[in-house]
Design a protein around this ligand. Structure first.
Ligand SMILES: O=C(O)CCC(=O)C(=O)O
Ligand SMILES: [Fe+2]
Length: 314
């Protein structure tokens, strides 16, 4: 299905083409930057809410500054990361040389209370093959649950932290860059309790809020906590629920971080470099179906993100 919208410049047409039933669309006819007209920004916002992750090819003109100026049109950027503070002022490099191989399913930064609303990722250096990224809809994962499992999930809360079990995720010996990255990643301890089902601040849709930062489901013994996590997390990553993007230089992906998880596929040569630049938009503190918000257990994310109130940010 393809939807066309007239852009402010009458010579171009913005086109939104769906990539899958539940998630993903490619948008063409847009030159991203700080000078985009309001109508196009509104189209991008609507497409993001509807499709959860959207892709733009051929944005080679974008610099870090241009990416940031565009981000400011869409929402309010956070600092690059709560703990990776040696990153620049505006963006976070996802760099294979420095620990940037996110081959584990996650929603970004769920260890803080103000979970980012969206992320904007731009391909800067790519390997000669491999290195795609996959996103999954956490809204569809919730919607597809049988009624008894919906009820169960809605009544659970989970604790997320920024120290998770890397050893369980990777059989390989980490290189020096990865070790340094992890040390910085864990330099300040953050822990937050979130509802397992939260209500999306802009669409009102319900979504599972899980991913690799989950430490435990509250109130359960370890074995049952792990079993329930697995049950719901496996629902998120069903392939019908995902879309996979094969990057080309100059591509930009924007995902709704409150409606998705993602996984960077580590299938490129160890000698090859892959680097993408991420700018993140602030989001509000999630709330559960019962209206109870997430609560910070450890760490203060105020300086990371101006989010926190439940006003629409993007
Ligand atoms: O490397 C990628 O494709 C995605 C990395 C990631 O997890 C992120 O940018 O948040
Ligand atoms: Fe990520």
């Amino acid at each position: 299905m393809s939807l066309a919208y007239a852009a402010a410049d009458p010579t171009t047409t913005v086109r939104v083409v769906k990539l899958g039933n539940h998630i993903g669309a490619q948008i063409s006819g847009v030159r991203l930057g700080g000078d985009l007209d309001k109508a196009t920004v509104a189209t991008i916002r609507a497409a993001l809410n509807e499709h959860k992750v959207i892709f733009f090819r051929d944005q080679q003109h974008l610099s870090e500054d241009g990416q940031y100026e565009f981000a400011q049109l869409l929402g309010s950027p956070t600092t690059p990361h709560p703990t990776l503070t040696s990153a620049g002022a505006k963006s976070l490099d996802i760099d294979s040389r420095y620990g940037g191989r996110s081959n584990v399913w996650h929603t970004d930064v769920t260890f803080v209370d103000r979970v980012p609303r969206a992320s904007i990722l731009r391909a800067v250096t790519l390997p000669s093959y491999g290195g795609s990224t996959t996103w999954a809809s956490t809204v569809e994962a919730y919607n597809a649950l049988p009624a008894p499992l919906k009820l169960l999930a809605e009544n659970l809360r989970a604790r997320h932290s920024n120290t998770y079990d890397y050893v369980a995720e990777s059989a390989e010996h980490p290189d020096a860059g990865t070790v340094a990255y992890r040390r910085e990643f864990e330099s300040t301890y953050f822990e937050t309790e979130h509802p397992v089902v939260h209500v999306h601040p802009d669409t009102g849709e319900r979504a599972l809020l899980l991913g690799c930062f989950v430490k435990e489901i509250v109130g359960l013994p370890g074995s049952e906590s792990r079993a329930l996590f697995r049950l719901f997390q496996d629902r998120v990553t069903r392939l019908e629920n995902t879309t996979r993007w094969n990057w080309e230089l100059g591509d930009v992906a924007i995902w709704d971080n409150l409606a998705t998880q993602h996984y960077a596929v580590d299938d490129y040569d160890a000698d090859e470099r892959r680097k993408l630049t991420r700018i993140t938009l602030a989001g509000p503190i999630p709330v559960g179906v019962d209206g109870v918000p997430s609560t910070a257990i450890a760490g203060n994310a105020e300086s990371y993100s101006t989010g926190g109130t439940r006003t629409a940010v993007s």
